[in-house]
Write a protein that binds this ligand. Sequence first.
Ligand SMILES: *Cc1c(COP(=O)(O)O)cnc(C)c1O
Length: 379
Amino acid sequence: MLRPDIVAAGRLTIDLHKLVRNYEALGARVAPARLAAVVKANAYGLGATAVAEALETAGCRTFFVAHLSEALSLRRGLADHSEVFVLNGLAPGSEALCAEMGCIPVLNSLEQVSSWNDLGLALGQTLPAAIQLDSGMVRLGLSEEDTRQVAAAPEALAGIDLRLVMSHLACADNPAAEANHRQRRRFDEMANLLPPAPRSLSNSASALGPPAPHGDLVRAGIALYGGAALRDTPNPMQPVVRLEAAIIQVRTVPDGAGVGYGLMYTTKGVRRLATVSVGYADGWPRRLGGRGAVFVGGVRAPIVGQVSMDSMTIDVTAAPETALRPGAPVELIGEHQSLEQVAADAGAIGYEILALLGPRYTRIYCEARPRDAVTGAKS
Ligand SMILES: *Cc1c(COP(=O)(O)O)cnc(C)c1O
């Protein structure tokens, strides 16, 4: 049988036990608000099905994705009583499929409210939905005028079971920003125009920041996955992700040798260089060429020259020779190098590094329950 971890670009280990610990810690912090999991973009690259199933087992009942296609693939694996909300809303023409499959749209515009309402009335049902209000981010949601229009029309919500009224903060990662207070006030004023429904405004950063009213439901993504939600603050979450690749080839290179595309790097003195099985097609940022590093045998190995599509070259002169055989593991994210360090080197954010984690990695899940803490490969 093929060993997926030695035939793939790399091995992405996802610790579901730590994921659940993060869920529980954050849940305790935001109580009595309920904690929902944002599992869009394949649960930030970690694997939406495995992540959602582990969180559902831990008691999570509400999930958010961006697109209906994501909701459809998630829906099958979850219990009927779990809710899957579609943040980007109702694409024109998708209404019947969304209703039939039991997915819940976040209605972001008057058109979406009215087409969902019309479908509910035509079916003689009230169809579940969230309504998003634009409290000041200018991304998605009803304006204040739209909200007044909905509130004033008696039939506008007659076919809708309003499960949630929500908005999103533009500056939650900076709790000191005045914009947060403005958005909170505006959200309350706008939500007060609508019929009573549970409210949701907070994401990971709000959940971890100074105490703030969370309403009824907090929508957390990055903190569950161990990423840093707040700027310039120690990250209290447990790391969930470990990313390793393999050495393909090692060579000793003389002084003055050009390395990689464009020969952008030239060796100074005799160097030991290794080629590693990950490149930008795996979501490993091209910008790390010449600035980032990986760890080999616990020793920092700088990335030299340009990152290629399927490989990159690292300087392993300082690494122990025993760690340098072909097939030996190289740590990209793990105990020596945090997600945030990689993001900083790449001029990116942790969210971006996770969301780009490519399909060529073998995803290995450490099981959530400690009793059977064996690793089993699923892909
Ligand atoms: C992505 C997203 C979230 C989750 O944000 P985190 O910062 O990852 O916790 C919450 N709400 C909305 C509307 C989102 O788009």
